[in-house]
Design a protein around this ligand. Structure first.
Ligand SMILES: [Zn+2]
Length: 363
């Protein structure tokens, strides 16, 4: 019996969205799916039981960080990462290029999956990774990474080459690093048509509600991002109309929940006024309640998107959602633009090809 399989349950006839099912030894994942990030073998301030309760089916961990601390030997001695962190569901591990030299350790760390990024940018590296996987006969499912910066031709080529290699799934890397959104979507329009249909597609590092919905329509299935929990810790909570700041004065005497239609533990049990108070006083309970709300929001959105794909109503769902949802404030986008400019300068310093997009001013 294969340890990993992917089946497509429904496809949108108008967009590239699909609903699928991934079967793994640790559980079933219905796609499209949002995966909370647990870099240090913990989704910050949320216990595994709480993750299960909000509907999380797969989490991300970072092999590189865990190898450094607490170390792969210790995790192995405790029976592997699942036992060590008390999470019995699937785990996808993302790691630096460093891990290619340490596959034996990696094999001990995670049974479920591994995604690799490399700055070497050669597809030979992907071939070597598959060879090492063969040698160790690991049950992990390996995802190949599509690279190519912001160059349409490089992206198409990389998608074609990686798509034809015997990886269990495909991850798209090197995007969502602060570039204008239009560039990100344009790259996906080049990448998706080159990818095999029968493998799950993971868009690395994308996780705002509006980006999730848009990327699904461009053919992506799996999403990981620290953003929902990170912004929650800073007071930013998702609602159907956009992100609100729970520390704002208008919540001080709000008797209702953060969002009336939210079914999360926080909204079912606490007034927005109490959550506001916890956030303003920087109480530890706030970090847990805020994170639970945002993770539940993303999982609920994922299941709504999936239901719409299965019902044949995804384009209308997408349009209504995006019309109702106001994206993050301008200052947040400004911060992202600065990251984009830094990455661009770094590319130039490394002598990488310049992109046509560089001549356009980010909007
Ligand atoms: Zn809630």
């Amino acid at each position: 019996m294969p340890s990993f399989s992917f089946t497509i349950d429904a496809e949108c006839p108008e967009t590239w969205a699909r609903a699928g099912t991934i079967a793994t030894p640790h559980g079933v994942i219905q796609t499209p799916i949002f995966m909370p990030v647990g870099t240090q073998a913990t989704v910050k301030s949320v216990a595994p039981e709480e993750l299960h309760e909000v509907g999380v089916t797969i989490i991300l961990a970072n092999t590189y960080h865990l190898m450094l601390r607490p170390g792969s030997q210790l995790i192995s001695d405790f029976g592997g990462l699942h036992a060590f962190m008390h999470w019995n569901g699937p785990i996808l591990t993302d790691s630096g290029g460093f891990q290619v030299f340490s596959m034996g350790h990696l094999r001990k760390l995670s049974e479920e999956g591994a995604a690799f990024k490399s700055h070497l940018g050669t597809h030979r590296w992907a071939e070597r990774t598959l060879a090492v996987k063969d040698r160790y006969r690991t049950e992990q499912a390996l995802f190949g990474i599509v690279q190519g910066a912001f160059e349409p031709e490089l992206r198409r080529y990389s998608a074609h080459v990686i798509g034809n290699m015997p990886f269990a799934g495909i991850a798209v890397g090197g995007l969502s690093v602060g570039e204008p959104k239009a560039v990100l979507w344009e790259m996906l329009r080049h990448i998706t048509p080159e990818l095999p249909k029968d493998k799950p597609r993971h868009l690395l590092g994308v996780g705002s509600p509006e980006d999730f919905v848009t990327a699904v329509s461009l053919g992506m299935d799996m999403f990981d991002c620290a953003l929902p929990t990170r912004v929650a810790r800073h007071g930013g909570l998702f609602t159907r109309h956009g992100r609100v700041n729970i520390t704002a004065a208008r919540f001080r005497v709000e008797r209702g929940p953060i969002e009336a239609e939210c079914d999360c533990y926080t909204c079912r049990n606490y007034s927005a006024a109490y959550v506001h108070h916890l956030a303003r006083t920087e109480e530890q309970l706030y970090y847990r309640l805020g994170s639970i709300h945002n993770i539940r929001y993303m999982l609920r959105l994922a299941s709504q998107v999936r239901a719409a794909i299965c019902a044949g109503t995804f384009p209308a769902f997408r349009d209504t959602f995006l019309a109702d949802y106001t994206p993050a404030p301008e200052e947040v986008r400004e911060e992202q633009r600065e990251k984009w400019k830094m990455a661009r300068r770094a590319n130039r310093a490394l002598g990488r090809p310049t992109s046509v997009y560089e001549q356009r001013k980010p909007r």
